[in-house]
Each structure stands twice: as structure tokens, then as C-alpha cells.
Design a protein around this ligand. Structure first.
Ligand code: UT7
Length: 334
């Protein structure tokens, strides 16, 4: 066994739609600025579900779509960077709701690259023969992490969850994942501890980190250097895509479906210039969803699956980047 087969997909989209014009009511901005700079028109905000509940709804949806019983799932991998609890992890909460009592439960966090990391990990458990069926859920509740006085970032993000059930396959599967951990400042959100960082003199105490993070204003919300992330994203996407194609021995013209991380249409278009893939093979939903971090890719997979676009033999590429900064690409044949 080399790769994975997609047995079913699901998603959960919150019911509240927040448009760009909604931001104009309290921010110095405009629909025109947001749309032309990002490609985003609207996004969904969760008003009635916590993150784990969105994750469970997407998981149930995927089980139905795959016609797989919850007890058949050997492992649940949840990707989230906006968890409700430090512990238990979200995968355990999902297990309890859907009744997947035979599943091991693991959460991972590589931010927006999370679905790619989870799929790469799932494939490894499947190829060793340790698991037959794995449920991957990427669920994000990003609206509650935004500083709504920060007009440079708060409009970018939305909430939602996507899920995919995978089993084994003999088809090719290749991945390239990596990180550039010296770029913490470009994108982070601190955990909301009420206390501060340890006092000077504490073993292992890092002055540099204190300088960057230990201020009242930076305690709670997402912090981003948009331009630094933008520059990194364009290069990281193009580079990891080229590397995964080389590993797989395919050329970009062979790809049938490319799903990039949905951060900004200008980032996607800039990366595409060097990827040499025509627009009609590239799938985008950020106009209606905004950036839902690791949930972006699986919600698109669910849309494509339900529209009959995930055909056997299709060559699929997933390309992403995120806080960390992290990056990754997967090439797989369906
Ligand atoms: O999953 C990863 C998550 N993060 C990202 O993907 C972020 C990647 N970065 C970006 O998407 C872009 O950098 C942004 C959309 C965040 C910003 O776009 P930009 O083209 O880099 O804009 P900018 O920061 O250079 O701002 C251009 C101008 C500035 O005015 P001046 O200095 O030229 O007079 C800003 O003050 O636009 C102004 N501006 C705004 N104007 C209206 C910044 N935010 C807004 C706003 N509405 N919301």
C-alpha cells in the first residue's frame, strides 16, 4: 500500500454570514478594499457551536457520505489552531459525540497547513497497516481570536470545519512538509493565560520571547505581519509544489485539481505564476468562506466530492502554508 483513498467527505459551515460591509460599520475600511486586496466577500461566523461541535458535525457528515460506521474508524486526527480546551483534545470530544469508540484520538497543530500534515500522518498509519480507516477533521473557530480594532487582519478569517475519511490505496502519494520556526513574529496568537511569562532568572527563560509577546496588547488576539506572511507564502507554496512534483515524477501539466490554502487570492495568483497551472484546475472558495485556516482545503474537497469532481484516477495537489511558519504540499492520485 502506497497511498490513501478518499472514502467520504463532510463539512460544517456556520449559519451566520458576515459580509465586508458588516466591517465597514465599525472599521475604517470598504468592501472594495477588502475584495481587491484579498478576494474575500464574506465569511461564516459560528454563533451556536464551539469548535469541537463544528468538528463533530463535519465528522458525522463525512461518515454518512462514506457509508462508514463510527465504530469502523481506527483513528481520529483533528487539526485545529483554535481549540476550545487545552485538554482533552478535540479528537476525544469528537469521538465521544460520534461514537467512534475504537478510534485513537490525536490533535495536531501546524496552523493553516494542518490538513496537509494530518493527511500525511494518516497515510503513514495506514501504510504501516496499523489503521484501516482514519477520520481527519480540520475545524477552526477563528472569529473569536480576532482583534476587531485591527483593520489589517480581522476581516480575513472565518469559521468552519471539513472532514475526510481515508482508507488504503495502491495509488501514488507524495508529500513535502516543512517549517521555518524563526518566523514566529509573522503570525501568532498567544494562549490566554492570565499570568505573565516567568520572572527574570527562571531557568530557560527567554528574554527575546518576553520582549515580543509579554505585553498586555499582545496577550489575546491574532498578531500578524501581513507582508511577511505574504512573501513567505508565495515562495513556500511554489517551492513545495515544485518539490512534490519532482518527488512524484510528475509535471504541473499533469495535475487535474489543485487546491491551495485560501488566504488571499493575490497570494494564490502570485504562486500560480511559477506553478504553471491553468486557472480552471485551481479551486478557490475564499470569496464566500474567507480564510478558515486548516479547514479551507477539506471544505473544498467536500464541495468537489459532492459535485462529482473527485473522479477515480484524478491527480490531486494540495498546497498550503501557515503560522509557524509552516508549509506543505501533497500530490496524490485518487
Ligand atoms: O493563513 C495565513 C494568514 N495570513 C495571511 O495570509 C496574510 C497575508 N497577507 C495579506 O493577505 C496582505 O498582506 C493583507 C491583505 C493583510 C494586506 O494587504 P497589503 O496589500 O499587504 O496591504 P498593506 O498592508 O500594504 O496596506 C496598504 C494600504 C495601507 O495604507 P498606506 O500606508 O498605503 O496609506 C494600509 O493602511 O491599505 C491600508 N489598509 C487598509 N485600507 C482599508 C490596511 N488595511 C486596510 C483596510 N481597509 N482593512
Amino acid at each position: 500500500m502506497k497511498g490513501v483513498k478518499i472514502l467520504g467527505t463532510g463539512s460544517h459551515l456556520p449559519s451566520a454570514v458576515v459580509t465586508n460591509d458588516d466591517f465597514v460599520k465599525f472599521l475604517d475600511t470598504s468592501d472594495e478594499w477588502i475584495y481587491t486586496r484579498t478576494g474575500i466577500k464574506e465569511r461564516f461566523y459560528s454563533t451556536d457551536k464551539m469548535n469541537y461541535q463544528m468538528a463533530a458535525a463535519a465528522a458525522k457528515n463525512a461518515l454518512e457520505n462514506a457509508c462508514v460506521g463510527a465504530e469502523e474508524i481506527d483513528m481520529i486526527i483533528v487539526s485545529t489552531c483554535s481549540t476550545d480546551f487545552f485538554y482533552p483534545n478535540t479528537a476525544c470530544l469528537v469521538q465521544n459525540i460520534i461514537g467512534a469508540k475504537n478510534a485513537a484520538c490525536i490533535d495536531i497543530n501546524t496552523a493553516c497547513t494542518g490538513f496537509i500534515s494530518a493527511l500525511d500522518m494518516a497515510r503513514r498509519y495506514i501504510c504501516t497497516g496499523d489503521c484501516d480507516k482514519i477520520l481527519i477533521v480540520a475545524s477552526e473557530f477563528l472569529s473569536r481570536m480576532q482583534d476587531f480594532t485591527d483593520r489589517t487582519s480581522c476581516f480575513l478569517f472565518g469559521d468552519g470545519a471539513g472532514a475526510v475519511i481515508v482508507g488504503g490505496s495502491d495509488k501514488p502519494f507524495y508529500s513535502v512538509i516543512g517549517a521555518k520556526g524563526d518566523m514566529l513574529d509573522a503570525l501568532y496568537c498567544r494562549i490566554q493565560y492570565s499570568g505573565k511569562f516567568p520572572k527574570e532568572g527562571f531557568d530557560g527563560y527567554d528574554r527575546d520571547i518576553k520582549e515580543k509577546l509579554d505585553t498586555e496588547a499582545k496577550n489575546i488576539y491574532l498578531q500578524m505581519d501581513g507582508k511577511a506572511v505574504y512573501r513567505f507564502a508565495v515562495d513556500a507554496m511554489a517551492d513545495s509544489f515544485a518539490r512534490v512534483c519532482k518527488k512524484a515524477g510528475v509535471e504541473s501539466k499533469d495535475i487535474d485539481i489543485l487546491i491551495p490554502h485560501q488566504a488571499n487570492i493575490r497570494i494564490i495568483n502570485a504562486a500560480l505564476k511559477s506553478m504553471d497551472i491553468p486557472d480552471e484546475k485551481v479551486y478557490v472558495n475564499l470569496d464566500k468562506h474567507g480564510n478558515t485556516s486548516s479547514a479551507c482545503i477539506p471544505t473544498i474537497l467536500d464541495e468537489l466530492n459532492r459535485n462529482g469532481r473527485l473522479r477515480e484516477g484524478s491527480k490531486l495537489a494540495l498546497v498550503g502554508f501557515g503560522a509557524g511558519l509552516t508549509y506543505g504540499s501533497i500530490y496524490m492520485e485518487l
